[in-house]
Design a protein around this ligand. Structure first.
Ligand SMILES: Nc1ncnc2c1ncn2[C@@H]1O[C@H](COP(=O)(O)OP(=O)(O)OP(=O)(O)O)[C@@H](O)[C@H]1O
Length: 296
């Protein structure tokens, strides 16, 4: 298991990470979410050993990460670092060899990942001739080419077209299935919700929520009621008792009760206003869970 335990990091006077902890098991996809500047990249750099934490530890299988283990991590940095005048296959094969692959094996892996991620290029194109999205795919291939034992990817999906998103998602799921722990940061919460076994939400350098999407959902559930009421007339939702918030949209409304126990009273009142077609707790999606967690 990859364990990030009580990490703290300060830049100058600014505390950027505060007692940050989370685990990622072999084979687990961990979605790392947080607003801009929340501390995701800093955390990933500490995992990679590119930055040193002021306190706290990063361990893999209960042992502090050595240089040798860190060499087996597939890392996609936020700032992309490719050699613009190299051809993608040469670049990737070079990275593969730096990580210990033989020359033929590295070239074969490079070609496979370029094809798999659908990099569109001419046979002689150097990296600077590729579109930004295709350069991004080459950068991703660089993290994957050496068959990493851990994957740490900083916003790997940003800027990719939907076909490339699916190709990368398949590639990551395959790695996870093979037992690799995969951490990726993303602002695309629908994608995180679809792909990840577990999620961490960081806010101001603190982990404010971790768990499976289902666990986070359970914590956020029973907060909003969804109602459909016909024949009640405009402004009906505002007339409901025990509501501290109501968004009405025609026959439908989202109502925030003052407490979960107020739901029956709200239902009774709605039945007096019109015909209740539908009534129940709203299932929050990850974006709503995220907003709730960072606002708390
Ligand atoms: N080298 C540095 N020196 C000073 N401050 C830094 C440095 N690196 C990051 N920071 C600050 O640390 C905080 C966390 O930044 P970080 O890049 O980790 O956030 P992030 O969650 O990855 O954001 P984003 O989603 O925008 O990429 C920010 O306030 C940033 O300005």
């Amino acid at each position: 298991m990859l364990t990030i335990d009580t990490i703290n990091k300060q830049f100058g006077q600014k505390q950027v990470l505060r007692d940050l902890s989370f685990n990622v098991r072999p084979g687990e996809m961990f979605g790392f979410c947080g607003a801009n500047g929340a501390g995701k990249t800093t955390t990933m750099r500490i995992i990679l050993g590119l930055l040193t934490a002021d306190s706290g530890t990063v361990t893999w299988q209960d042992t502090p990460l050595t240089r040798a283990v860190r060499r087996t991590i597939g890392y996609m940095p936020e700032e992309r670092g490719l050699y613009p005048k190299m051809r993608p296959v040469e670049q990737l094969a070079y990275f593969g060899q730096l990580h210990g692959l033989g020359s033929a094996q590295a070239t074969r892996a490079a070609e496979q990942w370029l094809e798999r991620l659908g990099v569109v290029m001419g046979p002689k194109d150097t990296i600077d001739k590729l579109s930004l999205g295709n350069q991004q795919k080459v950068q991703l291939a660089a993290a994957l080419v050496h068959d990493p034992s851990i994957l740490v990817l900083d916003e790997p999906f940003s800027g990719l077209d939907p076909v490339a998103v699916d190709a990368l998602a398949d590639g990551l799921l395959e790695k996870a299935k093979a037992g690799v722990p995969v951490i990726f940061s993303s602002h695309q919460l629908d994608l995180v919700e679809r792909l990840c076994d577990s999620v961490g939400i960081i806010n101001g350098g603190e982990m404010v929520a971790t768990g499976t999407v289902e666990e986070l959902r359970a914590r956020e559930s029973r907060k909003q009621l969804e109602l459909t009421v016909t024949g009640a007339g405009a402004g009906w939702a505002a007339k409901l008792p025990h509501a501290i918030g109501a968004q009405e949209n025609g026959n439908r409304a989202l109502v925030t009760p003052d407490s979960p126990e107020s739901a029956p009273a709200i239902l009774t009142a709605a039945m007096q206003l019109g015909t209740v077609e539908q009534f129940g707790w709203k299932t929050p999606n990850l974006a709503e869970i995220f907003r709730g967690a960072v606002a708390a």
